[in-house]
Design a protein around this ligand. Structure first.
Ligand code: SF4
Ligand code: SF4
Length: 279
């Protein structure tokens, strides 16, 4: 697989939703950068050598009013942008973002959270948002959904409904504190029946392990916390390891070589799907 350098930028910590299974824990009190910090951070990121993809997420990234400008600045510097949103903002705001990112837009991901919105309202908006990508041949549209224990049949029904509407439906097994949530025998049987055809990180996030494999996290991939702290990957941050400095405080630097993965679970499929993990 071609290696595509990528950043998971949790650009704001806050969210307008309160999903019970949120791995970000809504990051209470962690807002986005102020204008000056954002300028400093954008200078650092725009200057990264080569072409990087910035996956903008949160919290809910649209809580940062300057999000379309962030996309335009990164793309203007030769980079690419992707997005992960809960799709709660009005369609004109989504359209502003898509227009700003233009041909630099890659993956537009939106997460369906049935605790906070009805699937029917979400689907109607997703269809309209996907339509906005029609002039961007390199952009793709994906609907993410966390499959909660005890709700596997409901998730399977959602998959059928969204796929029938022409959407890529991307199920994610739930995690608690970085570890896979426990699924009982009946849930596991239902998971097999409903999702067995979705093999690998490009089709479903099942919490894969790459322990011991060569990984370019920290070198060709990193994550950014809302306060600007950079880590090689999410497990590295959880363990307080492989810190790369802060983009808002001019202390950021990349590692200069890959490492062997020391972690039991690689919770985010973004690096796995961009050739960052080797082997
Ligand atoms: S929309 Fe996402 S970030 Fe917001 S509460 Fe739900 S899971 Fe957490
Ligand atoms: S968990 Fe391991 S494989 Fe995944 S990004 Fe981190 S170091 Fe790489």
């Amino acid at each position: 697989m071609n290696q595509r350098p990528v950043v998971n930028w949790n650009i704001v910590g806050g969210c307008n939703y309160r999903c019970s299974y949120c791995v970000q824990k809504h990051a209470e009190g962690v807002g986005g950068p102020d204008d000056e910090a954002l300028e400093r951070g954008l200078d650092v990121l725009c200057a990264l050598p080569g072409v990087w993809e910035f996956k903008l997420s949160g919290g809910e990234p649209f809580l940062l009013k300057r999000l379309p400008e962030v996309a335009a600045r990164l793309v203007g510097a030769g980079h690419r942008v992707s997005l992960l949103t809960n799709l709660s903002v009005p369609l004109p705001v989504i359209e502003r973002f898509i227009t700003a990112a233009g041909h630099g837009l890659r993956t537009f991901s939106c997460s369906l959270h049935v605790e906070e919105t009805s699937p029917q309202a979400f689907l109607a908006k997703a269809i309209a948002a996907k339509q906005l990508l029609s002039a961007l041949p390199k952009a793709s549209f994906v609907v993410n959904h966390v499959v909660q224990p005890g709700r596997v049949s409901a998730a399977a029904a959602l998959r059928r409904e969204f796929e029938a509407a022409g959407m890529k439906f991307y199920p994610q097994l739930m995690r608690i504190n970085g570890r896979p949530a426990p699924y009982g025998l009946i849930d596991r049987w239902k998971l097999d029946r409903a999702f067995a055809d979705l093999a690998g990180p490009g089709s479903m996030n099942r919490g894969y392990s790459h322990q011991g494999k060569a990984c370019h996290a920290g070198f060709r991939y990193f994550i950014l916390h809302p306060k600007g702290d950079a880590y090689a990957c999410y497990p590295a941050k959880r363990h307080g390891e492989n810190y790369l400095g802060n983009i808002y405080q001019a202390s950021f630097r990349l590692n200069d070589a890959p490492q062997l993965c020391p972690y039991a679970v690689c919770p985010c499929t973004v690096p796995q799907n961009r050739g960052i993990v080797i082997g």
